[in-house]
Design a binder for this molecule. Structure first.
Ligand code: PSU
Ligand code: MN
Length: 304
């Protein structure tokens, strides 16, 4: 096993068998601008505490995997320039070379599994990018969901992605995609899309039982819980479509590729909506954190 540095709060929670919710750090370093990124990260941690669980934000700092960050570490990570974005492929190399990196959904799931944490809240997962039929740009997040036993709560996937293809890959990979409290697959800034989610559940206890059943059957992999953005925080899909198209065509024109694509699109959409995309993003991450805290507690109840 590799060394893991637990925050004091997570260490205590583990000793007391309390429910813990994992959080990613790429959303902090590459998903939102400073200083809102640090404020949101702290707020989301507090939302999890208020909902009765303990937050564990993941990051690699100077070659050490951190499970839970102390407030000063969170602040430093949010301000640092040039932090690596680490996914499954980069994580061992970052640790081995003493690097510092923020964890994507895939890397956060890996960290959570190593730490014995089963539930993780984020904003949106990576998926199949538009144009993937020529670029082959498919996020490692999807394949991680197929092999690492963590329930990931997200607001669906952004319209910067090809949502039908994203759902197809998840189906091929045997990943349960469960919409929470509605039939349609939520589309990040919009609660509804015109796609139906393959599965629907209405209670955190059901989601916890589905997670435990998958484990009991010896199936690898986790589940994706698609939790719609609160209605009052939505941005209409029609309003965002031209913004996304513009960001995408700029990315193409500038030859942005690989792991730079998602951060580029997110920051251009933030600029083009004059920050409105961020306000919605904050509301949905907080909503996901609260649901994840409930699921983690239900899962804990099953294990007692
Ligand atoms: N989607 C979002 N916000 C994000 C990300 C995705 O709406 O911050 C981040 C997550 O960390 C996710 C990563 O795991 O981008 C996916 O990157 P890629 O598409 O390069 O796999
Ligand atoms: Mn990619």
């Amino acid at each position: 096993m590799i060394d893991i540095q637990y925050s004091s709060e997570v260490q205590a929670a583990k000793a007391e068998n309390r429910a813990i919710v994992a959080l990613e750090s790429t959303i902090i370093t590459h998903g939102m601008p400073y200083p809102q990124n640090v404020e949101v990260a702290a707020q989301v941690e507090q939302d999890i505490r208020d909902a009765g669980a303990v937050p564990a934000t993941m990051a690699v700092i100077d070659g050490v995997l951190h499970v839970g960050l102390e407030p000063d570490q969170l602040q430093a990570l949010g301000q640092a320039k040039g932090v690596a974005k680490i996914s499954r492929a980069d994580m061992p190399a970052c640790i081995a070379t003493g690097g510092t990196g923020a964890t994507t959904v895939a890397a956060t799931m890996i960290a959570a599994r190593l730490a014995g944490i089963s539930v993780f809240a984020t904003g949106g997962i990576g998926g199949v990018h538009k144009g993937a039929e020529t670029t082959f740009d498919i996020s490692a997040d999807l394949l991680e969901l197929a092999q690492t036993p963590v329930t990931v709560v997200a607001a669906g996937a952004k319209a910067i992605l090809d949502l039908p293809k994203t759902l197809e890959v998840l189906e091929t990979q045997g990943v349960p995609v469960i919409a929470y409290g509605q039939d349609s697959f939520p589309a990040f800034w919009s609660a509804q899309s015109d796609l139906n989610a393959p599965l629907r559940m209405d209670a955190p206890a059901e989601i916890a039982r589905a997670h435990a059943t998958r484990q009991a059957m010896g199936l690898p992999g986790g589940q994706l819980i698609a939790n719609p953005i609160p209605a009052d925080a939505q941005i209409a899909a029609e309003e965002l479509a031209p913004v996304i198209a513009q960001a995408q065509s700029e990315a193409d024109a500038q030859g942005v590729a690989g792991k730079d694509v998602t951060p580029f699109l997110l920051s251009r959409i933030f600029e083009l909506t004059e920050g409105r995309s961020l306000t919605a993003n904050i509301a949905l991450v907080r909503n996901n954190a609260r649901l994840a805290a409930k699921i983690a507690q239900e899962l804990n109840n099953l294990a007692q």
